[in-house]
Each structure stands twice: as structure tokens, then as C-alpha cells.
Design a protein around this ligand. Structure first.
Ligand code: FE
Length: 253
């Protein structure tokens, strides 16, 4: 089995949310898809350990907000990598209440769906939850965020509870054993020059929590870090722009 084949599947990215006993809960997910047209139903796959899963099962409602292409990294980080028990994920975002009672994200979303749960299926680590769409709306004409763009732009891993999570070691192992013919562009470059350049640049670092890669050549414009800043020169209070982890959680590549 080739794990990288799974990265060829296309997805969007969504904030999936519910409200139970007056409290909002939600997470970021890529696994949401329309499964019937009349009446329209949408399925989501939610990890059993995800606190939101239990709340959706109890409330029997969920909303799906479709994120726009340029969404804030802190929004993605908090909904993707943090628990509602650690932080109030909804404290800084604009929401409105859907007809079912579920919270809908207004900023950073291009459209939303409001759903009533009509059936659930235990599929092992996850629960497949199917909701009938009670209402939906388009918020803006901005381009929606795709999972591929998110992965390419931020060099991100999927959160461990995502249905599409693949251990980094497995992907690295495949990369290491890939045959050279898969990368013909390398053959046209003088290898000695490429190697020399790499030894002169500062190391990149990876966040061990979410997989975000800090590249010194690019800096981190989202956190006000100029291109050309080595990791060692980042301020002590630098935080991962995705999951908010401190510098101690980064590992040199
Ligand atoms: Fe991180």
C-alpha cells in the first residue's frame, strides 16, 4: 500500500460545530461530503475521542462552515489541534445561531450548512454521522480552502484524530525508498551546487505537535518574522502559527 496515494484524494476544510446545553463545541475536519441529493444529506466522520463527536451524537445537530482559502492560521490551529477543554475556540470568532441551534461561523467561511442528524454508523476509530440539511447559505464568493492547499502552504500534518491521518514516519519511509526516476528534475541540476547551497543555509525546524515547518528563508510573515531569520534567532516567546506550541516543541530537520 502506498500511503502517498491517499494524498491524491481531494477534500475541503470545514469547521464542524454543535451546541449542547448552551455550550458550543467544534473541530476542523476535511471529511465532509454530500451523500444524497433529495433531500440533501451530508456525512461527516468524527473520531470517537473527539469531544465534539459525543456532543453531536447527544444534540443530534451539527453545522458545517466551509472555510475560505486564506483562513487565519490561529483559527485552523485551535479548531484542528486544541481541545475545547483547553481553550474556548469560539471566543474570537463571529457566529450566528442556525435554525437547529448549532453555531455557524461567519468570518473565514464562504458557505454554511445546518444539519439534523438522521443516522450514525460505527466505522471503527470514527463514527460516520449523516445529517439532513435543514438550511444552507453562501456567505462570500471567495475561493474555498482545499486540503491540498493547506498541506502545501503550511507543510502540515493532519491532526491525529483526522480520518486521513498518516504517521509521518510512514510517509518519510516511502519518500526515502522512492526511486530516483520519480524526480527527473534533479538530474538536470549540477548536484555539487545544490549540496553546497544546502550546507550554507540555516536549518529548517518542524513543530512536533502539528507538523508545521519553519523555513528560515521564508521566515513567518503571519507572526511578523522576516525572511532570513534563523530558528535560533526567533524570540523566546515565538509560537507555532498553527497550533500555538512554543519553540521547545520544534525539532531540527
Ligand atoms: Fe504546531
Amino acid at each position: 500500500m502506498k500511503y502517498k496515494a491517499f494524498h491524491k484524494l481531494s477534500y475541503g476544510l470545514y469547521i464542524i460545530a454543535t451546541r449542547l446545553n448552551g455550550e458550543n463545541a467544534g473541530y476542523i475536519g476535511n471529511t465532509a461530503f454530500q451523500v444524497t441529493s433529495d433531500p440533501p444529506k451530508i456525512a461527516i466522520s468524527c473520531h470517537k475521542k473527539n469531544a465534539s463527536a459525543d456532543k453531536i451524537l447527544q444534540s443530534k445537530i451539527f453545522s458545517l462552515s466551509v472555510l475560505k482559502k486564506e483562513s487565519s492560521t490561529s483559527l485552523i490551529g485551535e479548531f484542528g489541534f486544541m481541545s475545547g477543554s483547553e481553550v474556548d475556540k469560539f471566543r474570537n470568532i463571529e457566529t450566528k445561531t442556525a435554525s437547529t441551534g448549532a453555531p455557524i461561523l461567519l468570518d473565514s467561511a464562504v458557505a454554511w450548512f445546518d444539519c439534523n442528524v438522521v443516522s450514525t454508523h460505527d466505522v471503527g476509530s470514527h463514527i460516520l454521522i449523516i445529517g439532513e440539511v435543514a438550511d444552507s447559505e453562501v456567505i462570500s464568493d471567495d475561493e474555498p480552502l482545499t486540503y491540498d492547499y493547506y498541506r502545501e502552504k503550511y507543510k502540515m500534518l493532519a491532526p491525529k484524530n483526522a480520518p486521513t491521518y498518516i504517521e509521518k514516519d510512514k510517509l518519510d519511509e516511502e519518500e526515502a525508498t522512492a526511486i530516483p526516476e520519480n524526480k527527473p528534475e534533479n538530474k538536470s541540476k549540477p548536484e555539487s551546487k545544490v549540496e553546497k547551497k544546502e550546507t550554507n543555509v540555516a536549518s529548517s525546524y518542524t513543530c512536533t505537535i502539528c507538523g508545521f515547518q519553519y523555513n528560515p528563508e521564508e521566515g513567518d510573515p503571519t507572526m511578523g518574522i522576516q525572511p532570513g531569520t534563523p530558528f535560533e534567532d526567533l524570540p523566546d516567546d515565538y509560537k507555532c502559527p498553527i497550533c500555538n506550541a512554543g519553540k521547545d516543541y520544534f525539532k531540527e530537520n
